[in-house]
Write a protein that binds this ligand. Structure first.
Ligand SMILES: Cc1cc2nc3c(=O)[nH]c(=O)nc-3n(C[C@H](O)[C@H](O)[C@H](O)COP(=O)(O)OP(=O)(O)OC[C@H]3O[C@@H](n4cnc5c(N)ncnc54)[C@H](O)[C@@H]3O)c2cc1C
Length: 475
């Protein structure tokens, strides 16, 4: 929190320019406390074994999401750590640090991929990973060019400096001009800019084919935030008040990136391959699936409580709908278990989950997550609107509230608290953003599905059908 407040930066919130004391700003105070609580879990004696491991450099404890797994036990430790963080927020905090820590952890192991004649990009990624790990820095990231004209690539936009690109190279580093979207958790310490997992670049996109890191304090770096969905009341908005991560468009106004923070430079081929070739995508998807499984469990718990509280749990269609959520819980767990059971050491020496099941999980989730929210609405029904502001509990109307808001299994206050949680998860501004997040946070689900289609080896199934068609009568 102290680092957050003392690091200079430029965050725009409406007409307000926030340069310091981010944790004290109304748009960030709730989520800053929550992120601090996650880091505090690493210092708890009872959780130390799960949350940390000994730094290979100093022997001091460092966050387990930086652990470069070499064995099934290491992979299990990574999962346990990520699950503990995900459970803290019911899975609604998407960009906990373990997401990007996993990415740079894998890229550092695959440093040789980055090597280029005359440039120590391989050394850069290793020293950056170690720097982030030893200082437990919080990263945000941007992969996508501004949504100006999707019919053409970045070099064909009316202004070729709309998307962030190389402006010039000098003795100190690379100067970047343009913008990227969308950086969730803009209150981070550092931003990493990497290529998207689905958008492919051609030779014309050379100046845009870059990967680098920058402290948020870099001159010319600006974050332009959306309206905040947070609230000062944990009773009225139990999730938004604690976990509104914020999302920002990032402007690079001639930002100097020092040479030792450059990982890919004007190299469309490397930009197109980096996520897959380094297996960063596998470790990010592993984290994402752990979080998604935690969130599915949270929704299952919440909707079961809602149904039981109002005595709707006896109806077969309510049981069927809750079962759909439970099926998702089990499916996500099964994807994880199978990816870990079939893990193998990759060519960079990391014990790596099997990509098949978690690639399937990351493609399935944007399709099923919105339907989990629909079930909460179908079962909560008008109860999701019987959620008066907290102040009514101290008013003359309290006597009516106590009488008419009570439920089969809860007094009025407890029932209102539960239904506010449900509404915040699926219906409030925060809940609406949750749905959008689950649809898009790993990329455009349509292009992800096309990539999945191409990647999936369908040949054995096709062959079985061909063989069947060749069968003779009586076979
Ligand atoms: C809440 C939220 C948080 C996010 N956080 C982050 C973050 O922290 N970091 C980050 O880098 N990104 C983040 N993202 C952005 C995310 O990566 C993108 O939403 C995703 O990659 C899709 O890109 P887009 O939003 O620009 O959609 P677009 O690419 O603009 O797509 C818009 C529509 O057009 C279609 N479309 C566009 N181009 C094509 C094409 N070539 N072929 C087929 N269909 C096309 C899409 O299918 C879609 O329906 C976040 C997004 C959301 C919603």
């Amino acid at each position: 929190m102290a680092r957050l407040d003392s690091t200079p930066r430029e965050i725009w919130y409406g007409n307000e320019r926030i340069t310091r004391d981010v944790s004290k700003h109304k748009a960030f105070s709730g989520v800053a406390r929550s992120v601090a609580a996650l880091y505090d879990m690493q210092s708890r004696e009872d959780l130390a074994e799960v949350m940390t491991y000994a730094s290979p450099k100093t022997g001091d404890p460092v966050g387990a999401s930086f652990l470069q797994p070499k064995s099934p036990a290491d992979l299990a430790k990574r999962r346990a750590m990520m699950k503990a963080w995900a459970d803290y927020s019911g899975g609604v905090l998407g960009r906990t640090a373990d997401y990007l820590n996993s990415s740079i952890m894998a890229m550092a192991a695959a440093a040789d991929f980055f090597g280029r004649e005359g440039q120590d990009f391989a050394g850069n990624i290793v020293s950056y990973y170690e720097y982030v790990r030893e200082n437990d820095l919080l990263l945000t990231h941007t992969l996508i060019n501004p949504q100006t004209n999707r019919a053409v690539g970045p070099s064909k936009q009316a202004d070729p400096f709309t998307a962030a690109r190389v402006l010039e190279k000098n003795s100190e580093g690379v100067v970047v001009r343009g913008a990227r979207m969308l950086a969730t958790l803009p209150m981070a310490d550092e931003i990493i800019v990497f290529p998207s997992t689905v958008v492919r670049s051609g030779q014309d996109d050379m100046p845009y084919s870059i990967a680098f890191a920058s402290p948020v304090s870099a001159k010319g770096l600006k974050f332009i935030c959306r309206e905040s969905f947070t609230s000062s009341s944990t009773f009225d908005h139990p999730l938004a008040s604690r976990f509104d991560e914020q999302d920002a468009v990032v402007v690079f106004d001639d930002v100097l990136v020092p040479w030792d923070r450059v990982f890919i430079l004007e190299d469309p081929e490397k930009a197109n391959k980096v996520n897959e070739a380094t297996d960063a995508i596998v470790f990010m998807a592993h984290q994402a699936t752990v979080r998604e499984s935690s969130k599915a469990e949270f929704v299952a718990g919440l909707v079961s409580l809602v149904a039981e509280t109002i005595g709707a749990d006896q109806f077969p269609h309510v049981q069927e709908k809750i079962s759909e959520i439970l099926l998702t819980v089990e499916a996500m767990k099964a994807f994880l278990n199978s990816s870990e059971a079939n893990a193998k050491t990759n060519r960079w020496g990391l014990f790596t989950p099997d990509y098949g099941p978690i690639n399937s999980a990351r493609n399935l989730w944007p399709r099923v997550a919105p339907s989990l929210a629909v079930v909460v609405k179908q079962i909560g029904a008008s109860g999701l609107m019987a959620i008066p502001p907290e102040e009514i509990l101290d008013s003359e109307a309290r006597v009516d509230v106590d009488k008419y808001y009570q439920a089969k299994l809860a007094d009025a206050k407890e029932r209102i608290r539960l239904f506010k949680l449900a509404w915040d998860l699926v219906g409030s501004s925060f809940g609406g953003r949750q749905e959008l997040y689950e649809r898009f946070f790993f990329g455009d689900p349509v292009r992800m599905a096309s990539a999945y289609y191409s990647w999936y080896d369908k040949e054995p199934y096709k062959q079985r059908v061909r063989d069947f068609l060749q069968r003779k009568d009586g076979e």
